[in-house]
Design a protein around this ligand. Structure first.
Ligand SMILES: C[S@@+](CC[C@H](N)C(=O)[O-])C[C@H]1O[C@@H](n2cnc3c(N)ncnc32)[C@H](O)[C@@H]1O
Length: 214
């Protein structure tokens, strides 16, 4: 496939920012109890269905991939940025990390028990989301779960709004809009959790966590 420009721009930006990004999330992730709650739900659902591989797409430095493994889930990480993947491999030598794009995962159809996209669809321009969600649907086994976390907004009439993310151009999405696109892709919403804007110390945006099932 010809790579869309936004993927090259995102890769270059995260390659340059990989080290400070890893330091920042190393500080914030341990105290993100609400995010942890949704990761526990994903892990619990995957284990209850008998387990299987889970792709952490846009895994960054691999801290969440490692956390899912600590919850008894066979998670592996995929990221556009070779620098991020190098940091993830260094920090978590026993785990599997690969450079790749979430729009074009190198896995068989219906082979994954779960997909996690933690704050990684935010760099995908609105028109490209249906293709990304179709790929998640392709790789998930029947009954498999998808957890999507992203900066959100609460104006359902507006699908997306660009914002000044420090690393690369990003979009925040209406949770209803995203849930509708998931439904169109064949992924049914199971639960959603919205963190209040005041919980985001950086920009004051709500964070959405959407759990869906194939
Ligand atoms: C904001 S960081 C989130 C990292 C990690 N998931 C977390 O929650 O801290 C976004 C990550 O997604 C990756 N990413 C963005 N778009 C991607 C795509 N289309 N395919 C694979 N990785 C992507 C970036 O390289 C970056 O490492």
């Amino acid at each position: 496939m010809t790579e869309p420009d936004f993927l090259a721009a995102t890769r270059t930006a995260y390659d340059a920012a990989a080290v400070p990004y890893a330091e920042l999330v190393g500080e914030h992730f341990p105290t993100d109890l609400i995010g942890h709650a949704m990761l526990s739900v994903l892990a619990g659902r995957v284990r209850a269905a008998g387990g299987g591989p889970v792709a952490d797409v846009g895994c960054g430095p691999g801290h969440v991939t490692a956390h899912l493994n600590s919850l008894g889930v066979a998670a592996f990480g995929v990221d556009l940025s070779p620098e991020m993947i190098a940091l993830a491999r260094e920090a978590h030598p026993g785990l599997r990390f690969e450079v790749g794009a979430m729009e074009d995962l190198r896995v068989e159809d219906a082979s994954l028990a779960g997909v996690l996209a933690g704050f990684s669809i935010i760099h995908t321009p609105p028109g490209h989301l249906p293709r990304t969600f179709a790929e998640f649907r392709r790789v998930l086994a029947p009954g498999g779960h998808l957890l999507l976390s992203f900066q959100a907004h609460d104006r359902p009439a507006e699908a997306a709004e660009a914002f000044d993310h420090k690393v690369s151009l990003a979009y925040r999405y209406s949770p209803d809009h995203v849930a509708g696109l998931l439904e169109q892709a064949g992924l049914t919403e199971v639960a959603r959790l919205i963190q209040a804007p005041g919980e985001d110390p950086v920009r004051g945006f709500p964070h959405a966590h959407l759990l869906a099932r194939r």
